[in-house]
Ligand binder design. Structure first.
Ligand SMILES: Nc1ncnc2c1ncn2[C@@H]1O[C@H](COP(=O)(O)OP(=O)(O)OP(=O)(O)O)[C@@H](O)[C@H]1O
Ligand SMILES: [Mg+2]
Length: 334
């Protein structure tokens, strides 16, 4: 069996682009770790998710693709490779183009969650600072509508006044060339939940809590860009994850319940990581779904999905192989 591995490689600093421009893409180390895991059982073909991808698919004729390509550009970038694969009738791991695009539009994803009565912070998508703000209460968090890896969610994303809100919205629109989503800021504990599987056969990994007490003094308790990429370094890691989270069985059931409901509502396939925060009543709310979660191989790099798998006794290589096996089963290839 020939497995294609689709990816976007980090390109490093580029003149004129914001420093976080390639934050979502993968390093050679991560791509090599996934290749190495797959190659324990399969012939692996590396296919960069660039403009040559279509030719490369046609020439190399893989039986299935392990897709970890975050996509090059645009609001639908995560769905580009899956859409091409759908056209070429090549099976691939993970969610389909519709789900990937919906989850990359935090507003649309939240509209779907709301229609299933799944709790999510109230929000508004803002394309101009002239728009009337309908959210009633501060603090409010301001994020780019279509980003991940905390791009555009710096420590100052939490705002307390209308003038700071407008300033931040203006900055997001100017820097990221997309609307901002402004949300009711939830002050409660934060968790992230890794899920694998489909239909009647889904596994929820031990819940990870984001420990804001490990952040530097005085900063906002959010898992910001600084917290993910600047303050937490492999050579000096923050002990920012508590896994399994120290919670009651009651809270764990509630968190697992909303996580699974949102996985189904967005029609996620094979795997996903779901970010959750508690509201003032202690009820879990969905912040967002990550149907292409980060999978950094080095435990010191603090990557939630591999961490949760590891805690449940599943090694990195097994985790990668399991994702592929789940996709093969879904296509009837086993
Ligand atoms: N409504 C909210 N209330 C409180 N905190 C929030 C809210 N929305 C986002 N945050 C904080 O900001 C962080 C980043 O937000 P979010 O998860 O939406 O961004 P992201 O860039 O898509 O993240 P990822 O790296 O998981 O792709 C969250 O982990 C959380 O700490
Ligand atoms: Mg997130």
């Amino acid at each position: 069996m020939r497995v294609g591995l689709t990816f976007n490689l980090k390109k490093g600093h580029r003149e004129g682009l914001p420093s976080d421009w390639d934050a979502e893409w993968d390093t050679e180390e991560t791509i090599e770790a996934v290749r190495s895991a797959l190659s324990t059982q399969y012939e692996v073909i590396l296919i960069e998710a660039d403009e040559n991808a279509v030719e490369n698919f046609k020439n190399s004729k893989p039986d299935i693709i392990f897709n970890m390509a975050e996509g090059r550009d645009g609001a639908n970038r995560e769905s580009h490779i899956p859409a091409i694969l759908e056209m070429l009738s090549i099976p691939y791991t993970g969610s389909d183009p519709l789900t990937l695009s919906l989850c990359l539009d935090k507003g649309r994803a939240k509209e779907i969650l709301s229609s299933y009565q799944i709790p999510t912070p109230s929000f508004q998508v803002v394309s101009s600072t002239l728009e009337r703000v309908r959210l009633k209460n501060f603090p409010i968090i301001v994020k780019p509508l279509h980003e991940g890896s905390s791009k555009g969610v710096r420590n100052d994303a939490v705002v307390f006044t209308i003038s700071d809100l407008k300033k931040k919205v203006e900055e997001v629109i100017a820097q990221y060339h997309q609307p901002a989503i402004i949300e009711e800021y939830l002050k409660g504990r934060e968790f992230t939940v890794a899920i694998m599987g489909n239909d009647g056969d889904t596994k929820i990994f031990p819940i990870v809590e984001i420990r804001f007490d490990t952040l530097p003094d005085g900063v906002n308790p959010i898992y910001s860009y600084e917290a993910k990429w600047l303050w937490d370094k492999a050579d000096n890691p923050l002990e920012i994850f508590q896994c399994p989270a120290d919670i009651t069985d009651g809270l764990r059931h509630k968190i697992e319940d909303v996580a699974l409901k949102s996985y189904r509502a967005l029609r996620c396939r094979d795997w996903c990581r779901i970010d959750i925060r508690l509201d003032t009543n202690g009820n879990p709310n969905i912040l967002e779904l990550n149907p292409l979660p980060g999978i950094l191989p080095n435990p010191e790099d603090n990557s939630c999905f591999p961490k949760a798998a590891r805690i449940s006794g599943i090694s990195y290589n097994e985790m990668i192989m399991n994702i592929l096996t789940i996709a093969r089963k879904r296509y009837g290839l086993i």
